[in-house]
Ligand binder design. Sequence first.
Ligand code: EPU
Length: 419
Amino acid sequence: MNKIVVRGGKPLSGSVEIGGSKNAALPLLFAGILTGEVCVFYALPRVSDVLITLEILRCLGARIRFAEGGAVTVDYTDIRPVLPSPTLTGAIRGSVYLLGAMLGRFGKAYLAGAGGCDFGLRPIDQHLAGFAALGAEEQTMDGVLTLSAEVLKSADITLKMPSVGATANLLMTATSAKGRTVIKNAAAEPHVGALCAFLTAAGAEIEGVDGDTLTVVGGKPLHGCSFTVIPDMIEAGTYLAAAMACGGRVTVKNTDPTHLGATLAAFDEMGATLLVGEREITLVAPDTYRGISLETGPYPALPTDLHPQLATLFAIGGRAVGEGTMNERVWQSRFRYTEELLKMGASLSVADTVLTVRPAPLHATTVRAPDLRGGVALLLAALATEGQSIITGAAVIGRGYEHLEAKLTALGADVRVIG
Ligand code: EPU
Protein backbone atom coordinates (compact mmCIF):
# COMPACT_ATOMS: atom_id res chain seq x y z
CA MET A 1 0.00 0.00 0.00
CA ASN A 2 2.16 2.89 -1.28
CA LYS A 3 -0.49 5.44 -1.95
CA ILE A 4 -4.24 5.89 -1.83
CA VAL A 5 -6.04 7.81 -4.55
CA VAL A 6 -9.34 9.27 -3.39
CA ARG A 7 -12.08 11.01 -5.33
CA GLY A 8 -13.89 12.63 -2.45
CA GLY A 9 -17.16 14.35 -1.80
CA LYS A 10 -19.45 11.31 -1.76
CA PRO A 11 -21.68 10.45 1.22
CA LEU A 12 -21.21 6.99 2.71
CA SER A 13 -23.89 4.42 3.35
CA GLY A 14 -24.05 0.76 4.27
CA SER A 15 -22.37 -1.47 6.78
CA VAL A 16 -18.85 -2.55 7.53
CA GLU A 17 -17.61 -5.59 9.45
CA ILE A 18 -15.00 -4.67 12.05
CA GLY A 19 -11.95 -6.93 12.33
CA GLY A 20 -9.92 -8.10 15.31
CA SER A 21 -8.06 -5.48 17.32
CA LYS A 22 -4.43 -4.91 16.33
CA ASN A 23 -3.49 -3.65 19.77
CA ALA A 24 -5.07 -6.71 21.37
CA ALA A 25 -3.57 -9.14 18.85
CA LEU A 26 0.07 -8.10 19.35
CA PRO A 27 0.38 -8.81 23.12
CA LEU A 28 -1.68 -12.00 22.71
CA LEU A 29 0.63 -13.37 20.03
CA PHE A 30 3.70 -12.66 22.17
CA ALA A 31 2.02 -13.94 25.35
CA GLY A 32 1.61 -17.31 23.63
CA ILE A 33 5.38 -17.75 24.10
CA LEU A 34 4.69 -18.31 27.82
CA THR A 35 2.68 -21.45 27.08
CA GLY A 36 5.43 -23.27 25.17
CA GLU A 37 2.59 -25.11 23.41
CA VAL A 38 0.16 -24.64 20.54
CA CYS A 39 -2.29 -21.72 20.59
CA VAL A 40 -5.05 -21.08 18.07
CA PHE A 41 -6.07 -17.50 17.39
CA TYR A 42 -9.33 -16.50 15.72
CA ALA A 43 -10.10 -13.08 14.22
CA LEU A 44 -6.44 -12.06 14.00
CA PRO A 45 -6.43 -8.99 11.77
CA ARG A 46 -4.24 -9.42 8.66
CA VAL A 47 -2.55 -6.05 9.10
CA SER A 48 1.16 -5.55 8.62
CA ASP A 49 1.94 -5.20 12.36
CA VAL A 50 0.42 -8.66 12.94
CA LEU A 51 2.22 -10.18 9.96
CA ILE A 52 5.54 -8.78 11.23
CA THR A 53 4.80 -10.19 14.70
CA LEU A 54 4.22 -13.62 13.18
CA GLU A 55 7.49 -13.30 11.28
CA ILE A 56 9.38 -12.41 14.48
CA LEU A 57 7.89 -15.46 16.19
CA ARG A 58 8.76 -17.66 13.20
CA CYS A 59 12.37 -16.47 13.28
CA LEU A 60 12.52 -17.34 16.99
CA GLY A 61 11.41 -20.91 16.24
CA ALA A 62 7.59 -20.85 16.24
CA ARG A 63 5.68 -22.83 13.64
CA ILE A 64 2.77 -20.93 12.15
CA ARG A 65 -0.13 -22.26 10.14
CA PHE A 66 -2.93 -20.29 8.55
CA ALA A 67 -5.85 -22.67 8.93
CA GLU A 68 -9.19 -22.70 7.15
CA GLY A 69 -11.82 -20.26 8.41
CA GLY A 70 -9.25 -17.59 9.31
CA ALA A 71 -7.74 -19.31 12.35
CA VAL A 72 -4.00 -18.98 12.88
CA THR A 73 -2.21 -21.76 14.74
CA VAL A 74 1.07 -20.91 16.45
CA ASP A 75 3.22 -23.69 17.88
CA TYR A 76 5.51 -22.08 20.46
CA THR A 77 7.26 -25.32 21.52
CA ASP A 78 10.61 -24.64 19.85
CA ILE A 79 10.94 -20.92 20.54
CA ARG A 80 14.55 -20.13 21.47
CA PRO A 81 15.76 -17.29 23.71
CA VAL A 82 17.89 -15.53 21.10
CA LEU A 83 18.19 -11.96 19.84
CA PRO A 84 15.47 -11.42 17.22
CA SER A 85 16.30 -9.56 14.00
CA PRO A 86 16.58 -5.84 14.86
CA THR A 87 15.14 -5.03 11.43
CA LEU A 88 11.97 -6.93 12.26
CA THR A 89 11.59 -5.78 15.87
CA GLY A 90 12.46 -2.23 14.83
CA ALA A 91 9.48 -2.22 12.48
CA ILE A 92 6.78 -2.44 15.17
CA ARG A 93 6.20 -1.11 18.67
CA GLY A 94 4.62 -4.38 19.78
CA SER A 95 8.02 -6.13 19.73
CA VAL A 96 8.55 -4.66 23.21
CA TYR A 97 6.19 -7.45 24.40
CA LEU A 98 8.97 -9.94 23.66
CA LEU A 99 10.63 -8.71 26.84
CA GLY A 100 7.83 -9.73 29.19
CA ALA A 101 7.07 -13.00 27.44
CA MET A 102 10.67 -14.22 26.97
CA LEU A 103 11.66 -13.19 30.49
CA GLY A 104 8.67 -15.11 31.84
CA ARG A 105 9.43 -18.28 29.90
CA PHE A 106 13.24 -18.38 29.86
CA GLY A 107 14.40 -15.89 32.51
CA LYS A 108 16.20 -14.19 29.60
CA ALA A 109 15.11 -11.66 27.01
CA TYR A 110 16.95 -9.73 24.28
CA LEU A 111 15.76 -6.79 22.22
CA ALA A 112 17.60 -4.41 19.93
CA GLY A 113 15.04 -1.66 19.51
CA ALA A 114 11.29 -1.47 19.04
CA GLY A 115 9.69 0.70 16.37
CA GLY A 116 6.24 2.22 16.08
CA CYS A 117 4.78 5.60 15.24
CA ASP A 118 6.81 8.68 16.09
CA PHE A 119 5.01 10.64 18.83
CA GLY A 120 8.08 12.19 20.44
CA LEU A 121 9.54 10.27 23.36
CA ARG A 122 8.39 6.66 23.85
CA PRO A 123 10.23 5.58 27.02
CA ILE A 124 9.95 2.11 28.54
CA ASP A 125 11.13 3.08 32.01
CA GLN A 126 7.95 1.73 33.63
CA HIS A 127 8.43 -1.65 31.94
CA LEU A 128 12.05 -1.79 33.13
CA ALA A 129 11.27 -0.70 36.70
CA GLY A 130 8.64 -3.44 36.87
CA PHE A 131 10.98 -6.12 35.46
CA ALA A 132 13.57 -5.08 38.07
CA ALA A 133 10.97 -5.44 40.83
CA LEU A 134 10.21 -8.94 39.50
CA GLY A 135 13.89 -9.84 39.90
CA ALA A 136 15.37 -9.13 36.47
CA GLU A 137 18.75 -7.52 35.86
CA GLU A 138 19.09 -5.20 32.92
CA GLN A 139 22.08 -4.59 30.71
CA THR A 140 22.45 -2.65 27.48
CA MET A 141 25.44 -3.26 25.23
CA ASP A 142 25.89 -2.26 21.58
CA GLY A 143 22.22 -1.32 21.41
CA VAL A 144 21.00 -4.69 22.68
CA LEU A 145 18.90 -4.69 25.85
CA THR A 146 19.29 -7.90 27.85
CA LEU A 147 17.10 -8.86 30.78
CA SER A 148 17.98 -11.85 32.91
CA ALA A 149 16.64 -13.38 36.10
CA GLU A 150 17.85 -16.50 37.93
CA VAL A 151 14.54 -16.61 39.75
CA LEU A 152 11.57 -14.34 39.17
CA LYS A 153 9.90 -13.09 42.34
CA SER A 154 6.49 -11.60 42.94
CA ALA A 155 6.30 -7.87 43.66
CA ASP A 156 4.10 -4.88 44.44
CA ILE A 157 4.38 -2.53 41.47
CA THR A 158 2.83 0.90 41.08
CA LEU A 159 3.04 2.33 37.57
CA LYS A 160 3.69 6.08 37.26
CA MET A 161 1.06 6.20 34.51
CA PRO A 162 -1.44 3.57 33.32
CA SER A 163 0.78 2.40 30.46
CA VAL A 164 -0.79 -0.23 28.20
CA GLY A 165 2.58 -1.68 27.22
CA ALA A 166 4.02 -1.81 30.74
CA THR A 167 0.84 -3.36 32.16
CA ALA A 168 0.79 -6.07 29.47
CA ASN A 169 4.51 -6.79 29.73
CA LEU A 170 4.47 -7.06 33.53
CA LEU A 171 1.34 -9.22 33.50
CA MET A 172 3.14 -11.70 31.25
CA THR A 173 6.28 -11.92 33.37
CA ALA A 174 4.28 -12.02 36.61
CA THR A 175 2.54 -15.22 35.53
CA SER A 176 5.93 -16.95 35.93
CA ALA A 177 6.87 -15.35 39.28
CA LYS A 178 5.75 -17.48 42.24
CA GLY A 179 3.44 -15.63 44.64
CA ARG A 180 1.11 -12.64 44.29
CA THR A 181 2.21 -9.75 42.09
CA VAL A 182 0.10 -6.62 42.37
CA ILE A 183 0.16 -4.04 39.55
CA LYS A 184 -1.38 -0.75 40.68
CA ASN A 185 -2.38 2.10 38.36
CA ALA A 186 -2.66 -0.54 35.64
CA ALA A 187 -4.08 0.30 32.20
CA ALA A 188 -7.70 -0.82 31.83
CA GLU A 189 -7.98 -0.72 28.03
CA PRO A 190 -10.12 -3.54 26.59
CA HIS A 191 -6.99 -5.03 25.02
CA VAL A 192 -5.44 -5.40 28.49
CA GLY A 193 -8.64 -7.21 29.53
CA ALA A 194 -8.26 -9.44 26.48
CA LEU A 195 -4.70 -10.31 27.48
CA CYS A 196 -5.92 -11.21 30.99
CA ALA A 197 -8.62 -13.41 29.44
CA PHE A 198 -6.06 -15.13 27.21
CA LEU A 199 -3.63 -15.76 30.08
CA THR A 200 -6.51 -17.07 32.19
CA ALA A 201 -7.55 -19.42 29.37
CA ALA A 202 -3.92 -20.61 29.33
CA GLY A 203 -4.06 -21.42 33.06
CA ALA A 204 -3.02 -18.19 34.80
CA GLU A 205 -4.82 -16.75 37.80
CA ILE A 206 -5.51 -13.01 37.59
CA GLU A 207 -7.76 -10.92 39.85
CA GLY A 208 -9.16 -7.43 39.27
CA VAL A 209 -9.47 -7.78 35.49
CA ASP A 210 -10.71 -4.54 33.81
CA GLY A 211 -9.86 -2.53 36.93
CA ASP A 212 -6.83 -0.41 37.79
CA THR A 213 -5.30 -2.93 40.20
CA LEU A 214 -4.38 -6.33 38.81
CA THR A 215 -3.22 -9.21 40.97
CA VAL A 216 -1.44 -12.15 39.37
CA VAL A 217 -1.07 -15.37 41.32
CA GLY A 218 2.08 -16.47 39.55
CA GLY A 219 3.94 -19.71 39.12
CA LYS A 220 1.15 -21.79 37.61
CA PRO A 221 2.15 -23.73 34.50
CA LEU A 222 0.55 -22.29 31.37
CA HIS A 223 -0.73 -24.39 28.50
CA GLY A 224 -1.85 -23.84 24.93
CA CYS A 225 -5.39 -22.59 24.29
CA SER A 226 -7.74 -21.12 21.69
CA PHE A 227 -8.67 -17.47 21.74
CA THR A 228 -10.77 -15.04 19.70
CA VAL A 229 -9.32 -11.55 19.38
CA ILE A 230 -11.72 -8.79 20.47
CA PRO A 231 -13.06 -6.38 17.82
CA ASP A 232 -10.98 -3.31 17.05
CA MET A 233 -12.59 -0.32 18.75
CA ILE A 234 -10.30 2.08 16.90
CA GLU A 235 -11.27 0.68 13.50
CA ALA A 236 -14.95 0.98 14.47
CA GLY A 237 -14.47 4.58 15.66
CA THR A 238 -12.66 5.40 12.43
CA TYR A 239 -15.53 4.22 10.19
CA LEU A 240 -18.05 6.12 12.32
CA ALA A 241 -15.86 9.21 11.95
CA ALA A 242 -15.81 8.61 8.18
CA ALA A 243 -19.61 8.76 8.16
CA MET A 244 -19.48 12.07 10.05
CA ALA A 245 -16.87 13.45 7.63
CA CYS A 246 -18.72 12.49 4.44
CA GLY A 247 -22.33 12.49 5.59
CA GLY A 248 -24.64 9.50 5.27
CA ARG A 249 -25.43 6.50 7.43
CA VAL A 250 -22.94 3.80 8.36
CA THR A 251 -23.35 0.70 10.51
CA VAL A 252 -20.29 -0.90 12.08
CA LYS A 253 -20.92 -4.59 12.77
CA ASN A 254 -19.01 -6.95 15.06
CA THR A 255 -18.16 -4.22 17.53
CA ASP A 256 -18.48 -3.87 21.29
CA PRO A 257 -20.24 -0.53 21.96
CA THR A 258 -19.22 -0.67 25.65
CA HIS A 259 -15.61 -0.10 24.53
CA LEU A 260 -16.55 3.13 22.75
CA GLY A 261 -18.37 5.07 25.47
CA ALA A 262 -16.35 8.30 25.31
CA THR A 263 -16.20 8.19 21.50
CA LEU A 264 -19.96 7.77 21.10
CA ALA A 265 -20.51 10.59 23.62
CA ALA A 266 -18.34 12.82 21.40
CA PHE A 267 -20.34 11.98 18.24
CA ASP A 268 -23.56 12.55 20.18
CA GLU A 269 -22.38 15.97 21.39
CA MET A 270 -21.46 16.88 17.81
CA GLY A 271 -25.05 16.16 16.79
CA ALA A 272 -24.97 12.65 15.30
CA THR A 273 -27.84 10.20 15.69
CA LEU A 274 -26.58 6.91 17.10
CA LEU A 275 -28.44 3.62 17.11
CA VAL A 276 -26.58 1.30 19.45
CA GLY A 277 -27.23 -2.43 19.43
CA GLU A 278 -25.48 -5.19 21.32
CA ARG A 279 -22.83 -5.86 18.65
CA GLU A 280 -23.35 -3.00 16.20
CA ILE A 281 -23.58 0.78 16.01
CA THR A 282 -25.27 2.86 13.32
CA LEU A 283 -24.30 6.50 12.93
CA VAL A 284 -26.61 8.80 11.01
CA ALA A 285 -24.65 11.92 10.21
CA PRO A 286 -26.35 15.29 10.64
CA ASP A 287 -26.27 17.83 7.77
CA THR A 288 -23.76 19.82 9.80
CA TYR A 289 -22.13 19.06 13.16
CA ARG A 290 -20.74 21.14 16.01
CA GLY A 291 -17.08 21.66 16.85
CA ILE A 292 -16.59 20.61 20.49
CA SER A 293 -13.81 20.36 23.12
CA LEU A 294 -12.28 16.92 23.56
CA GLU A 295 -9.36 15.45 25.42
CA THR A 296 -7.72 12.05 25.19
CA GLY A 297 -6.72 9.91 28.15
CA PRO A 298 -6.30 6.37 29.37
CA TYR A 299 -9.39 4.17 29.07
CA PRO A 300 -12.28 4.81 29.63
CA ALA A 301 -11.45 8.34 28.40
CA LEU A 302 -11.37 9.15 24.67
CA PRO A 303 -8.66 6.96 23.08
CA THR A 304 -5.63 8.83 21.77
CA ASP A 305 -5.77 6.50 18.76
CA LEU A 306 -8.98 8.29 17.68
CA HIS A 307 -7.65 11.81 18.27
CA PRO A 308 -6.52 12.56 14.68
CA GLN A 309 -9.73 11.19 13.15
CA LEU A 310 -12.01 13.22 15.44
CA ALA A 311 -9.97 16.43 15.36
CA THR A 312 -9.95 16.26 11.54
CA LEU A 313 -13.75 16.36 11.56
CA PHE A 314 -13.58 19.86 13.06
CA ALA A 315 -11.56 21.03 10.03
CA ILE A 316 -14.08 20.16 7.31
CA GLY A 317 -15.78 23.34 6.13
CA GLY A 318 -19.42 22.83 5.09
CA ARG A 319 -19.76 19.94 7.55
CA ALA A 320 -18.35 21.35 10.83
CA VAL A 321 -19.74 24.48 12.44
CA GLY A 322 -17.75 26.33 15.09
CA GLU A 323 -14.34 25.81 16.61
CA GLY A 324 -13.25 22.44 18.00
CA THR A 325 -10.33 21.60 20.28
CA MET A 326 -8.40 18.43 21.06
CA ASN A 327 -6.20 18.20 24.15
CA GLU A 328 -3.75 15.30 23.63
CA ARG A 329 -2.97 13.98 27.11
CA VAL A 330 -1.33 10.64 26.31
CA TRP A 331 1.42 11.33 23.77
CA GLN A 332 3.91 14.16 23.91
CA SER A 333 3.53 14.87 20.20
CA ARG A 334 0.81 13.48 17.98
CA PHE A 335 0.19 16.44 15.72
CA ARG A 336 2.32 15.71 12.66
CA TYR A 337 -0.80 15.08 10.56
CA THR A 338 -1.91 18.68 11.14
CA GLU A 339 0.92 19.96 8.91
CA GLU A 340 -0.57 17.90 6.07
CA LEU A 341 -4.10 19.12 6.83
CA LEU A 342 -2.79 22.67 6.42
CA LYS A 343 -1.83 21.73 2.83
CA MET A 344 -5.53 20.98 2.24
CA GLY A 345 -6.44 24.45 3.47
CA ALA A 346 -7.30 23.65 7.09
CA SER A 347 -7.36 26.41 9.68
CA LEU A 348 -5.73 25.19 12.87
CA SER A 349 -3.10 25.90 15.49
CA VAL A 350 -1.27 23.84 18.10
CA ALA A 351 -0.27 25.28 21.46
CA ASP A 352 1.45 22.84 23.82
CA THR A 353 -0.87 19.81 23.98
CA VAL A 354 -3.96 21.56 22.58
CA LEU A 355 -4.99 21.64 18.93
CA THR A 356 -7.58 24.26 17.97
CA VAL A 357 -9.41 23.76 14.67
CA ARG A 358 -11.77 26.08 12.83
CA PRO A 359 -13.79 24.81 9.86
CA ALA A 360 -12.48 26.00 6.48
CA PRO A 361 -13.11 24.96 2.88
CA LEU A 362 -10.68 22.09 2.17
CA HIS A 363 -9.27 21.38 -1.27
CA ALA A 364 -8.06 18.12 -2.76
CA THR A 365 -4.30 17.72 -2.97
CA THR A 366 -1.42 15.31 -2.25
CA VAL A 367 -0.60 14.73 1.42
CA ARG A 368 1.77 12.35 3.17
CA ALA A 369 0.64 9.95 5.93
CA PRO A 370 2.97 10.68 8.87
CA ASP A 371 1.81 7.75 11.02
CA LEU A 372 -1.00 5.21 11.27
CA ARG A 373 -3.86 7.22 12.83
CA GLY A 374 -2.69 10.55 11.42
CA GLY A 375 -2.63 8.90 7.99
CA VAL A 376 -6.15 7.58 8.26
CA ALA A 377 -7.33 11.00 9.47
CA LEU A 378 -5.95 12.51 6.25
CA LEU A 379 -7.84 9.85 4.33
CA LEU A 380 -11.07 10.97 6.06
CA ALA A 381 -10.36 14.58 5.07
CA ALA A 382 -9.75 13.45 1.47
CA LEU A 383 -12.97 11.40 1.43
CA ALA A 384 -14.93 14.47 2.53
CA THR A 385 -13.33 16.80 -0.02
CA GLU A 386 -14.45 17.09 -3.66
CA GLY A 387 -11.78 16.31 -6.25
CA GLN A 388 -8.84 13.91 -6.36
CA SER A 389 -6.51 13.65 -3.38
CA ILE A 390 -3.54 11.35 -3.04
CA ILE A 391 -2.24 10.03 0.27
CA THR A 392 1.41 9.04 -0.10
CA GLY A 393 3.40 6.98 2.41
CA ALA A 394 0.20 5.00 2.95
CA ALA A 395 1.96 1.81 4.08
CA VAL A 396 1.73 3.09 7.66
CA ILE A 397 -2.07 2.97 7.38
CA GLY A 398 -1.81 -0.73 6.46
CA ARG A 399 -0.29 -1.33 9.88
CA GLY A 400 -3.72 -1.06 11.44
CA TYR A 401 -6.51 -1.20 8.83
CA GLU A 402 -7.48 -4.43 7.14
CA HIS A 403 -9.22 -4.52 3.71
CA LEU A 404 -9.40 -0.72 3.77
CA GLU A 405 -10.14 -0.27 0.06
CA ALA A 406 -12.83 -2.99 -0.01
CA LYS A 407 -14.54 -1.72 3.15
CA LEU A 408 -14.62 1.92 2.01
CA THR A 409 -15.70 0.97 -1.52
CA ALA A 410 -18.60 -1.04 -0.07
CA LEU A 411 -19.71 2.14 1.70
CA GLY A 412 -19.76 4.03 -1.60
CA ALA A 413 -16.37 5.77 -1.43
CA ASP A 414 -14.20 6.12 -4.52
CA VAL A 415 -10.76 4.96 -3.28
CA ARG A 416 -7.95 3.08 -4.96
CA VAL A 417 -5.03 1.63 -3.08
CA ILE A 418 -1.87 1.51 -5.20
CA GLY A 419 1.16 -0.67 -4.52
N1 EPU B 1 5.11 5.88 29.09
C1 EPU B 1 6.22 6.19 29.85
N2 EPU B 1 7.01 5.17 30.30
C2 EPU B 1 6.74 3.86 30.00
C3 EPU B 1 5.61 3.55 29.22
C4 EPU B 1 4.81 4.59 28.78
O1 EPU B 1 6.50 7.36 30.13
O2 EPU B 1 7.50 2.99 30.44
C5 EPU B 1 4.24 6.95 28.61
C6 EPU B 1 4.28 7.11 27.08
O3 EPU B 1 5.35 7.92 26.67
C7 EPU B 1 2.91 7.71 26.81
C8 EPU B 1 2.01 7.07 27.86
O4 EPU B 1 2.89 6.62 28.89
O5 EPU B 1 2.97 9.10 27.02
C9 EPU B 1 1.15 5.91 27.39
O6 EPU B 1 1.96 4.93 26.75
P1 EPU B 1 1.55 3.39 26.65
O7 EPU B 1 2.64 2.61 27.25
O8 EPU B 1 0.17 3.23 27.19
O9 EPU B 1 1.54 3.16 25.08
P2 EPU B 1 2.08 1.90 24.27
O10 EPU B 1 1.81 0.67 25.02
O11 EPU B 1 3.47 2.17 23.79
C10 EPU B 1 -0.17 1.41 23.04
C11 EPU B 1 -0.62 1.29 21.61
C12 EPU B 1 -0.73 2.69 21.00
C13 EPU B 1 -1.64 3.57 21.84
C14 EPU B 1 -1.19 3.57 23.32
C15 EPU B 1 -2.14 4.32 24.23
C16 EPU B 1 0.24 -0.82 20.89
C17 EPU B 1 1.22 -1.58 20.08
N3 EPU B 1 0.32 0.50 20.87
O12 EPU B 1 1.14 1.98 23.00
O13 EPU B 1 -1.32 2.49 19.72
O14 EPU B 1 -1.62 4.90 21.35
O15 EPU B 1 -1.08 2.21 23.79
O16 EPU B 1 -3.42 3.75 24.18
O17 EPU B 1 -0.63 -1.39 21.54
C18 EPU B 1 -1.79 2.94 17.45
O18 EPU B 1 -2.41 1.87 17.39
O19 EPU B 1 -1.84 3.81 16.55
C19 EPU B 1 -0.96 3.22 18.62
C20 EPU B 1 0.00 4.12 18.61
